[in-house]
Each structure stands twice: as structure tokens, then as C-alpha cells.
Design a protein around this ligand. Structure first.
Ligand code: NDP
Length: 256
């Protein structure tokens, strides 16, 4: 068999993956996909009912309540995961679309806390388990980590920080054998992302995706599963994926 077709030693049955932000959207789709690929999945987020519903769908998925902004909660997660072959650090979100001149500093702080410090806390807590397994880290970044848009302020700044964090981690962890990747999608039509951004305004949330065949959560899960299934000597640095109709931040072709 060609070495390129050989299954990766770092994926498959008996291997443990932790997925944060697994109660909805990209995280939930990733948890189900990885379980289907044979991973033992620890699905972590704040909403226990959602996680238990996910776990009921796939026996390989275990629900663990996690708040990435709470160090004690992150430590409690790590205590349940002695070895970690894959960390998908996906918990995050946007909480406004305000011009910088009017932006609320508290909202920026919350955005940074969840999207950036959440990764830092989770990574630090799981590092011994990742080291034990010579594991892999996949961060859910965004095109907002490379492109900017008006009103994107705090979210764009946070996702740029995630991209920088990925590059830093890659340099710092290379000796350990741990791989570090970023999957950076453009528009993904998940049920809650835009609802959260617009504080529950369903019409405004729906208008984001109007006339666009956006990516699905499963499309992104597919990219994450591909990154996670490369052979151990291959580090995928960044996968950026966008809907065909989204060529750039100011270039979204809407079809009616
Ligand atoms: P969702 O809103 O569906 O998912 C966000 C997830 O993060 C939820 O499971 C939520 O669960 C979890 N979460 C939020 N806060 C915390 C916290 N403090 N601790 C633990 N978990 C938390 O959106 P998506 O699936 O669309 O987004 C997932 C990731 O993808 C995010 O990082 C987002 O920035 C990124 N992304 C999304 C894009 C899009 O267009 N949708 C595009 C590019 C990137 P709970 O509330 O139960 O804690």
C-alpha cells in the first residue's frame, strides 16, 4: 500500500477527540462526523441538554459541560481526559456588528474572552494530555481572521488573534510532535451564529445568508475531519473554505 493511503496512526478507533462548542452548529457536526470516523468524542459546551441529545445520536459521543471562560470548568474537563489525540477548539462567536466608534468595550472583552482566551485556557489545560498522545490541535478560525469588514470590529480582531495564535503555537509545539492547524470558513449557515450576533433578531440573522448557498456545518466538519486524518508527519497549516458565491468580504454574489 502506498504510504499516502495508509491510515493515519493519529486517527481512528480508540482515539480521543475533544470538541469545544459542540452543542450546536459546526461543533455538533464535527462531533458527529468524528464519531462516525471512529473517534471517541468528548463533546463540550455550556448547554448540557444539547450535548446529551448529541450523545444520544452517536454512542461514541460523551457530553461534558464546559465554559471556556471559566478556568475551573476548563480544569474539570481536563481532569476527565487523560490522553487527547485531537483538540478541536471551536467554541466562539460574534456578539455585535457595531462600528468601532460606537463599539461597546465590554462586548469586545467578551468576544476576546470566548474566542481567544477560551482557546488559551483549553490548550493549557489539555496540553499534558495532548503531549502524552503526541496529539493534534485544530482551531476554528474564520475568513474574519484575514479579511476585515465594517462593523466586524471585535470579532474580526479576535479571529485575527486566533490566526496569530495558531502560528505561535505551531512554532512553540513543533518539538513536542503536536500538530497545529486552523480551519477558517467564510459564511456558514448555522442556526445560531447570526442569531447570537444579532441578539435573537431572526429576520436580520436570515438576511445574512439571503441569496447565498452558504457553507453548511457539515462542510466545515468535513474539512476538520480531513485535517485530522492526515498521516502524523503531515501538518496542515490552514484550510480556508468559502461558499462559491463569496469571493471576498465585499464580494458576495447574491442570487434570487
Ligand atoms: P454556534 O453559535 O452554533 O456555535 C457556537 C458554539 O460555541 C456553541 O456550541 C456554544 O455552545 C459554544 N460556546 C459559546 N460560548 C461558550 C463558552 N463560554 N464555553 C463553551 N462553549 C461556548 O456557531 P457556529 O457553529 O457557526 O460557530 C462555531 C465556530 O465557528 C465559532 O468559533 C465561530 O466564530 C466560527 N465561525 C463561524 C462562521 C459562521 O459563518 N457561522 C464562519 C467562520 C467561523 P453553548 O452556548 O452551549 O456553550
Amino acid at each position: 500500500m502506498s504510504p499516502h493511503l495508509r491510515p493515519s496512526p493519529s486517527s481512528g478507533p480508540g482515539r480521543t477527540a475533544v470538541v469545544t462548542g459542540a452543542s450546536s452548529g459546526i461543533g455538533a457536526a464535527t462531533a458527529l462526523r468524528l464519531a462516525a470516523d471512529g473517534w471517541e468524542v468528548v463533546a463540550a459546551a455550556r448547554r448540557q441538554d444539547r450535548l446529551e441529545a448529541l450523545s444520544a445520536q452517536a454512542p461514541g459521543v460523551r457530553a461534558v459541560v464546559l465554559d471556556v471562560t471559566d478556568p475551573a470548568s476548563v480544569s474539570a474537563l481536563a481532569a476527565q481526559v487523560p490522553t487527547c489525540d485531537l483538540l478541536v477548539a471551536n467554541a466562539g462567536g460574534a456578539f455585535d456588528l457595531s462600528p468601532l466608534a460606537e463599539a461597546d468595550a465590554e462586548t469586545w472583552a467578551r468576544t476576546y474572552d470566548v474566542n481567544v482566551l477560551g482557546i488559551v485556557r483549553t490548550l493549557q489545560a489539555l496540553l499534558p494530555a495532548l503531549t502524552a498522545a503526541r496529539g493534534q490541535v485544530v482551531l476554528t478560525g474564520s475568513t474574519a481572521g484575514r479579511w476585515i469588514y465594517e462593523g466586524g470590529g471585535g470579532y474580526v480582531a479576535a479571529k485575527h488573534a486566533v490566526a496569530a495564535l495558531r502560528e505561535t503555537l505551531r512554532l512553540e509545539l513543533v518539538e513536542s510532535g503536536i500538530r497545529v492547524s486552523e480551519v477558517a470558513p467564510g459564511m456558514v449557515a448555522t442556526e445560531e451564529f447570526s442569531l447570537t450576533r444579532f441578539a435573537g433578531d431572526a429576520d436580520r440573522a436570515a438576511s445574512v445568508y439571503s441569496g447565498v448557498e452558504a457553507l453548511t456545518a457539515e462542510d466545515v466538519a468535513d474539512a476538520i475531519a480531513w485535517v485530522a486524518s492526515r498521516p502524523a508527519h503531515v501538518n496542515i497549516d490552514v484550510v480556508q473554505l468559502t461558499p462559491q458565491q463569496q469571493a471576498g468580504v465585499g464580494k458576495v454574489v447574491r442570487r434570487t
